[in-house]
Design a protein around this ligand. Structure first.
Ligand code: SF4
Length: 265
């Protein structure tokens, strides 16, 4: 059986194996899961159309094109969100498009990342999503749009895992190396670039091997207390931070991997 792994799952595992176990093996949904914000989703969709559907034989698009794309994707929003969204997109246009010599057609927009890895005799399917992939002379640049109010950079060890996973998967899909992962902050117009190297891939392979051993043995999911505990949905079940932890609720889900391993043995 193939076990799905994403950058988000690997980051959770690195932060705390016990939280990983509760979230992904015991399938206990976190209490603060509300889904993607509607404004952020609409902004991503409008930008995908902006870059995907532009007629690249023409000169640079003007502001009307960005207004047109926004109209297509903002219908379910409040009037305050619609105004906020157009201000963000106009800022994007002035920061990244208006002064360009020409708009270069991306390799892909709004798609799935897929890859494969075998570790400790387990098969892993690598999954993820990207907002845009640009083709550079010396490799690929993966663009991740950020619509949050704060320019808050992820922890460097977490971004390194994301880069490594994408490096591995994109090389399999495009036979090209990832050169940069870039976070593009839509509200401030800032772009932060992280260089990707083979070391990132090696680090992710190590981490997945480590996880594979725990999955096979189904033990060693120890709590790893740290600054993340303040916002952890599972703190009430965790003996590392709670004097008298609540029993873990029953869930109907059984680890698919354990099921497969048990059947095979
Ligand atoms: S409270 Fe901290 S140690 Fe406990 S599960 Fe959450 S992250 Fe892990």
């Amino acid at each position: 059986m193939v076990y799905q792994i994403s950058a988000t799952k690997l980051q959770t595992y690195k932060r705390c194996p016990y939280a990983y176990y509760l979230r992904y093996e015991h399938r206990l949904a976190p209490s603060n899961f509300f889904g993607a914000a509607a404004l952020g989703t609409a902004l991503h969709q409008a930008l995908a159309q902006f870059h995907r559907d532009w007629h690249y034989q023409n000169a640079l698009p003007d502001l009307q094109w960005i207004h047109h794309c926004w109209q297509q994707h903002s219908s379910g929003l409040s009037s305050r969100q619609i105004m906020e969204g157009i201000a963000i997109l106009e800022n994007y246009y002035h920061s990244f498009i208006a002064n360009a010599v020409a708009l270069t057609q991306p390799l892909a927009v709004e798609g799935k990342i897929q890859g494969y890895l075998q570790a400790e005799n387990l098969e892993f399917s690598l999954v993820g999503r990207y907002d845009r992939i640009d083709f550079l002379p010396d490799g690929l640049e993966l663009i991740d749009y950020k619509s949050s109010r704060d320019v808050k950079l992820p922890d460097s060890s977490e971004i390194n895992l994301q880069i490594g996973l994408y490096y591995l998967a994109l090389k399999q899909t495009y036979q090209q190396s990832l050169k940069y992962l870039s976070l593009l902050f839509l509200r401030s117009g800032e772009k932060i670039r992280f260089e990707a190297t083979e070391d990132h891939q090696a680090h992710v392979e190590d981490m997945i091997s480590h996880l594979a051993v725990r999955l096979r043995q189904d033990r060693g999911w120890d709590p790893q207390p740290g600054k993340q505990c303040d916002r952890c949905s599972y703190a009430r079940y965790c003996s590392a931070v709670t004097h008298d932890p609540a029993p873990i609720p029953e869930t109907r889900a059984t680890s698919q991997l354990q099921l497969a391993l048990n059947l095979a043995s």
